[in-house]
Write a protein that binds this ligand. Structure first.
Ligand SMILES: CC(=O)N[C@H]1[C@@H](OP(=O)(O)OP(=O)(O)OC[C@H]2O[C@@H](n3ccc(=O)[nH]c3=O)[C@H](O)[C@@H]2O)O[C@H](CO)[C@@H](O)[C@@H]1O
Ligand SMILES: C=C(OP(=O)(O)O)C(=O)O
Length: 420
């Protein structure tokens, strides 16, 4: 079994390049099902989730060819299957994003319910509400969803919560629907904007992405294009926290700084020095980190995908910090693991209180989900002794070459084979 071993590393220093965003690459690869000509993608991160999404596309009849590093060529002109395989769907939440494109292309899609990080119940009611508003019949059975229509018709959808996945799925169905679709209370994440820009290059007519109202005017057919995936703001944030927690000096390159506002603000509140460049951010960690408070929210609020890494940081901030999780109802599983490392944290429903500034101790811990895994690595960098992180397949879902990137900054980290 593979584990990641981290040993107390001292201040991290140097520069490191961020990969393309997992959460932009996944919907864009799914959206490639909409095109009828060659699609060339660049800056595609080499991740387990991306590989699974490519396998999902192939199982539907698309041709997916890796070109150079980070490059994919996709041709979906001959897709012939509307059913996705349970083995693939169960491995990844985002596999559900093929529903919208399949409805657009084939008018039919059948999927088992998606897997992914166990951070809450993660229903798909808003995706289905959106499809129904576009004239789609939806039949739900235990663990299975069948959706079909013989006429995809634009409609108006109000999302009760600005769900990222629902916004993406509805956009992808609506681009080939007849007439206009309006999504109100849409998610505003940068990954939605990247998807809209990709769809636009395929020939779709999408406006308003990045605001809470997205308008889509359906077209008859979409073509091909070349597109480069935006940088991963969560990987960037994780590397910035690595600089902060170790009192280091790290230049994180290939960043869109405007995507990083809540992270930059909270690192500054904690006492770090943050310098912004056109496409990079430098973080100098303070000697005495101060307690801070975070509350996760949809974009442009503080990202839930950075909450675990910030709790690791808060264990080193003097005083009591709080983290309020409002997006997912069960996203504090890393707390029990951090407590094994002697972190002083209590959780009351959606609020975690972190009494920080105390030395952590290395321990055997498990990555209970993707960002939990990142948080444990960050904690391991400043803990006495060795931290051994298990269940690292979660980490590999979302971080490309994580040990190499940390090692390039001077971290003492390696992947090891252990008996159990
Ligand atoms: C592949 C990808 O992009 N994953 C991201 C995406 O996940 P994902 O798209 O799954 O997240 P959503 O924005 O949909 O979920 C946010 C909240 O809405 C709820 N909800 C969602 C859909 C629905 O039909 N009904 C419903 O109630 C969820 O249970 C959750 O409480 O956005 C999350 C929130 O920023 C991030 O943590 C994930 O990293
Ligand atoms: C929760 C995440 O991913 P997913 O939605 O794919 O489970 C994440 O990236 O932190």
């Amino acid at each position: 079994m593979e584990k990641i071993q981290v040993t107390s590393s001292g201040p991290l220093r140097g520069k490191v390049r961020v990969s393309g965003a997992k959460n932009a690459a996944l919907p864009i690869i799914a959206a490639s099902l909409l095109g009828t000509e060659d699609i060339y993608l660049e800056e595609v991160p080499d991740l387990k989730d991306v590989k699974i999404m490519c396998q999902v596309l192939e199982s539907l009849g698309a041709d997916v060819q890796p070109l150079g590093p980070g490059e994919l060529k996709i041709n979906a002109s001959k897709i012939n299957n509307y059913k996705t395989k349970y083995e693939l769907m169960s491995k990844m939440r985002a596999s559900f994003l093929v529903m919208g494109p399949l409805l657009g292309r084939l008018g039919r899609t059948e999927n088992s319910l998606p897997g992914g990080c166990n951070i809450g119940s993660r229903p798909i009611d808003l995706h289905l509400k959106g499809f129904r508003a576009l004239g789609v019949e939806v039949e739900e059975d235990i663990g299975n969803v069948l959706a079909y229509t013989d006429h995809l018709q634009g409609g108006r959808i109000y999302l009760d919560f600005p769900s990222v996945g629902a916004t993406e799925n509805i956009m992808m169905a609506a681009v080939l629907a007849e007439g206009e679709t309006i999504i109100d209370n849409a998610a505003m994440e940068p990954e939605i904007v990247d998807l809209a820009s990709f769809l636009g290059k395929l020939g779709a007519r999408v406006t308003g992405a990045g605001t809470s109202t997205i308008r889509i005017r359906g077209v008859k057919e979409l073509g091909g294009t070349k597109h480069s995936i935006i940088p991963d703001r969560i990987e960037a944030g994780t590397l910035m926290v690595a600089g902060a927690i170790t009192g280091g000096d790290v230049l994180v390159e290939n960043i869109i700084p405007s995507h990083m506002k809540p992270i930059i603000a909270k690192l500054q509140e904690a006492g770090c020095l943050v310098e912004e460049f056109d496409d990079a951010v430098r973080v100098k960690g303070g000697q005495d980190l101060k307690a801070i408070n975070i509350k996760t929210l949809p974009y442009p609020g503080f990202p839930t995908d950075m909450q675990a890494q910030f709790i690791a940081l808060m264990t080193q901030c003097k005083g009591t910090s709080t983290a309020i999780e409002t997006v997912f109802e069960n996203r504090f599983m890393h707390v029990d693991e951090l407590k094994k490392m002697k972190a002083d944290i209590s959780v009351d429903e959606r609020v975690a209180m972190i009494s920080g500034g105390k030395k952590l101790k290395g321990a055997k811990v498990n990555a209970t989900d993707l960002r939990a895994g990142a948080a444990l690595i960050l904690a391991g960098l400043v803990a006495d002794g060795v931290t051994e992180v298990g269940e690292i397949y979660h980490i590999d879902r979302g971080y490309e070459n994580i040990e190499e990137k940390f090692r390039s900054l001077g971290a003492n980290i390696q992947r090891v084979q252990v008996d159990q």
